[in-house]
Design a protein. Structure first.
Length: 561
């Protein structure tokens, strides 16, 4: 060993030399004093320790990381003269030095430079990881002002506790406020590295991962405080284990547990199921396994019934994830083109698939909502809504029938006659004549006449326009008649009166008395009065209301038998 004094730092092989702070005081004869010690910075100060007059023992604890110790020491120096100082290595009892378990005790051997005291005259076995005490008996020659900071080396580890002292030979102990005493312990190291299994662990959210130290050691202690061989890890981080083998050698190993992510699943919250169809529930396809609540083990579950679906997946790293979705059944679209229909040549029909759809595809190729059809056809339409549901209509049959030939109209006496057809409708001046649906027509008045005919397919064709001049009713009202029963001119005949069924005929004598009244007159007055009596020959006055809103006709009529 080589000891350096003065401005040179003290280098003691593999000793751990750590700094301490003491306040320099002169308290009396043989009293110790101290100052800052830093082994890495040369200085001329004294290497001193700590103690107090009238105190008996001063002790500092450490944790053994060696199995055989042969040197212990404390930085101490009396202020003047010689001081009898004993240094001891003791075991621990209830966290304090135990004078009944003294491993070694001897006077401090003073180095040649008289800068500090130390002891190096023994060999003893320690139990790694156990706590031991370096105890200095100052024989009432130590001061209170020595402090130091004790760190970690391959030889020992500071417990972090402060100095303790005893004034009754170690029977009772009290603490001395301040930083621990500067000590060192030297011996044969016995350390080794161990591997933790698994090599690259990761922990899944909400789960635990088991990490293990190798078997066969006397003891295990994890950085979490656990003392079992294996450790259940629930959070990422660095975990360290310390073990002791049969030779009381200490092994250490560390492992970094990485955070693992919950497996991605990718289900939507809601899926729409079209009535009568199925819907796919896709998940991320990179996981190791899948289990649905309906028993499916596929990454994409194809379902055909509404309900709540849950899947549990296991990722390649073993993490478990769960997700739930709702499948709602949506009614299928309804599209109805109506009944089969027939058209006449030249006609068309509009087919409408209805509103509310996003897609229209007709069998004709059209993609509009409605189409026009004018030929023989069988038509259907496919529709799709915004949800993705679709339907195809029934097939509607369109049949086109031929038109009848153009009808021909001719005048036969006073009658208009159409060529033969299955049905007829007469028109006067472009307006339909109600009830005139026979092949012939007695024209009511001068004007333009047409007939529309219908064939067996109910297809229609309109004739050319036929103009006919007809004297209107009331223009040929006779001025007299002879009701004598000879069959000639026996009644008062008004031409075309039958075309005016709402007419009213009134007849008065020369005194202004009403002698005849007939609502809806139909050329049947034979000179008989209202009382059924034959009116005398003579002049009479008449009023004729045709009932069509036209002006009244009036005039004289002579009865002459």
């Amino acid at each position: 060993m080589k000891y350096l004094t003065g401005k040179e730092p003290c280098l003691v092989g593999r000793w751990l030399i750590v700094s301490f702070v003491v306040l320099v005081l002169w308290v009396g004869k043989n009293e110790l004093k101290g100052q800052v010690i830093d082994e890495n910075i040369p200085h001329a100060g004294e290497y001193v320790g700590a103690g107090e007059d009238s105190l008996d023992y001063i002790a500092q604890s450490f944790v053994a990381n060696i199995r055989q110790v042969h040197t212990i020491g404390a930085w101490l120096r009396p202020a003047q003269g010689e001081a009898g100082v004993t240094i001891s290595l003791m075991a621990t009892q209830n966290g304090l030095p135990d004078p009944s378990q003294v491993i070694h005790e001897s006077p401090l051997i003073r180095p040649n430079a008289a800068q500090f005291y130390f002891d190096s005259s023994f060999i003893n076995l320690l139990v790694p990881l156990d706590t031991y005490w370096v105890v200095v008996d100052g024989y009432q020659n130590l001061g209170t002002n020595g402090f130091s900071a004790v760190g970690v080396s391959n030889q020992f580890t500071d417990t972090g506790a402060g100095l303790v002292f005893s004034g009754d030979g170690g029977m009772n102990w009290d603490s001395i406020p301040g930083i621990p005493m500067a000590i060192y312990v030297e011996g044969d190291t016995c350390t080794f590295d161990i591997a933790i299994d698994p090599l690259n662990p990761s922990v899944c959210p909400g789960l635990t991962e088991t990490v293990e130290a190798p078997p066969g050691f006397l003891s295990y202690e994890w950085s979490t405080g656990a003392t079992s061989r294996d450790l259940q890890v629930s959070a990422p981080g660095t975990y360290t284990v310390t073990v002791v083998n049969e030779d009381f050698c200490v092994g250490t190993g560390s492992i970094v547990v990485l955070p693992d992510a919950e497996p991605g699943i990718g289900l939507d919250t809601l899926y729409n199921l079209c009535e009568g169809e199925s819907v796919a529930l896709p998940t991320v396809p990179v996981n190791m396994s899948y289990l649905w609540n309906d028993g499916s083990t596929a990454s994409t579950n194809v379902v055909s019934a509404p309900g709540v679906y849950t899947v549990e997946v296991v990722s390649p790293s073993g993490c478990i994830g769960r997700d739930t979705t709702l499948v709602v059944e949506v009614p299928a679209p309804v599209v109805n083109l109506g009944n089969d229909t027939t058209l006449c040549n030249g006609e068309f029909i509009q087919l409408d698939a209805g509103a509310g759809f996003d897609t229209y595809i007709w069998s004709t190729g059209s993609t509009t909502r409605s189409i026009f059809v004018s030929n023989d056809a069988q038509v259907s339409v496919f529709v799709g809504d915004s949800i993705g549901c679709s339907a195809t209509s029934d097939t509607l049959v369109v049949e086109v029938n031929p038109l009848p030939d153009t009808p021909q109209v001719q005048l036969d006496l006073n009658i208009l006659l159409s060529s033969f057809a299955a049905g007829y409708q007469w028109y006067f001046n472009g307006d339909e004549l109600p009830g005139e649906t026979s092949q012939s027509l007695e024209p009511p008045s001068t004007g333009f006449y047409q007939v529309e005919v219908e064939n067996l397919f109910r297809c229609r064709m309109l004739s050319d326009t036929f103009f006919l001049a007809v004297e209107p009713a009331g223009n040929f009202i006779p001025s007299g008649f002879s009701p004598n029963g000879d069959g000639v001119n026996d009644v008062f005949h008004i031409e075309a009166i039958d075309r005016f069924p709402d007419n009213l005929l009134l007849v008065f004598n020369r005194y202004g008395d009403e002698v005849f009244r007939k609502q809806g007159y139909q050329n049947d007055w034979d000179g008989t009065g209202n009382q059924g009596n034959a009116l005398p020959d003579g002049d009479y006055f008449y009023l004729l209301d045709l009932g069509d809103g036209s002006a009244l006709r009036r005039g004289n009529v002579l009865i002459h038998r």
